[in-house]
Design a protein around this ligand. Structure first.
Ligand code: ATP
Length: 313
């Protein structure tokens, strides 16, 4: 076998297996609008997405016809996923496989392995990343070669963050977050984000505790957004998980250019203007026990596809 790396969507001659590294997401801004009954009670959003360089690896391979799917999960911090082994059908990666299989009229005879590094239920869209990674991987495994725009329609039916997770980088999201306009490298808005310090070294402060997104929205409905918060959910997340607020204060004192709750929390993201500030944030977070784990990343990040093909000997 030989391993090749290709851009999303590349066709390969009958791959043996396909692996996709898919990054976590955060929201540089997250403005929460009205609740919309026609969207199942979801809120209207206006958000700036940014992908962070901590990756789950999704590896898919073809199984014998009629044998169905299988799912293996590995990783040191599987959170509530570890206990839901019997409930594999609800894993977002499996939902994505089923949706794609239905759309193209194939049986979902595919093995999926997820090497999980993105913290679970942490505001980093790990589940959406795994679903997006599965769509990209199976698209190549089955030689469909569908464009990302077609995969994005399937992704949007499964979750608000999923279309963004297919492309990574920076994007402007509207609707309930599923309508994506990618901010291509070099465009004016992308350059403005970089100039404002939203790029380069980004530390994730992660917690063993999890926050459920619906609970955070319910608290937001009660107490609203904090004055001047770019992330409207931050006040609710900090109210439910006060250590996130402490980590933000510590990171700002240490010189972070931006420090905020990621999405619905409880994770905190801190952008550092240089290596010395990054080290200081990490040291102060540890010394004050403001977070449980620190993940050093770079932003923006992008998914990558690795194809293993059969070669004749
Ligand atoms: P959301 O994407 O809803 O904003 P989040 O980013 O905070 O959530 P996720 O890691 O996506 O957090 O997990 C949300 C829920 O989805 C978890 O409670 C988890 O049980 C479930 N889930 C299903 N499949 C996965 C998966 N492959 N990875 C992570 N979580 C998953």
């Amino acid at each position: 076998t030989a391993t090749t790396t290709a851009a999303p969507n590349a066709t390969a001659a009958i791959p043996v297996s396909v692996s996709v590294n898919v990054p976590a997401k955060t929201n540089l801004t997250l403005h929460v609008g009205h609740k919309r009954a026609e969207w199942g009670g979801r809120h209207e959003l206006d958000t700036t997405y940014c992908a962070l360089g901590v990756y789950d690896t999704i590896t898919v391979a073809t199984k014998a016809p009629g044998s169905g799917f299988s799912l293996d999960l590995t990783g040191a911090h599987l959170g509530n996923l570890a206990s839901s082994g019997s409930d594999m059908r609800r894993n977002h990666a499996v939902l994505a496989l089923f949706a794609l299989a239905e759309e193209c009229g194939r049986e979902p005879d595919v093995s999926i392995r997820i090497d999980k590094r993105i913290p679970v239920a942490a505001g980093l869209a790990g589940g959406s990343a795994d679903a997006a990674g599965t769509l990209l991987a199976v698209n190549t495994l089955w030689g469909l070669n569908w464009p990302v725009s077609r995969l994005a329609r399937i992704a949007a039916s499964l979750g608000a963050d999923m279309p963004f997770c297919l492309t990574g980088g920076y994007a402007h999201g509207t609707g309930f977050g599923e309508r994506i306009e990618s901010l291509e490298p070099g465009c004016e808005r992308e350059r403005a984000l970089r100039a404002a310090g939203w790029h380069g070294r980004a530390l994730i402060g992660a917690y063993s505790a999890e926050l459920s997104t619906p609970k955070v929205y319910a608290r937001f409905d009660e107490i609203g957004a904090g004055d001047g918060d770019d992330n409207h959910l931050q006040r609710a997340a900090v109210d439910l998980h006060p250590r996130s607020g402490e980590a933000i204060a510590v990171a700002r004192m240490a010189g972070a250019s931006h420090a905020f709750v990621s999405g619905s929390g409880p994770s905190v993201v801190a952008f550092a203007p240089n290596a010395a500030v990054a080290r200081r944030i990490a040291q102060d977070w540890s010394a004050r026990r403001a977070v449980d784990r620190i993940i050093m990343t770079d932003a923006p990040a992008y998914p990558s596809i690795h194809v293993t093909q059969q070669t004749d000997v």
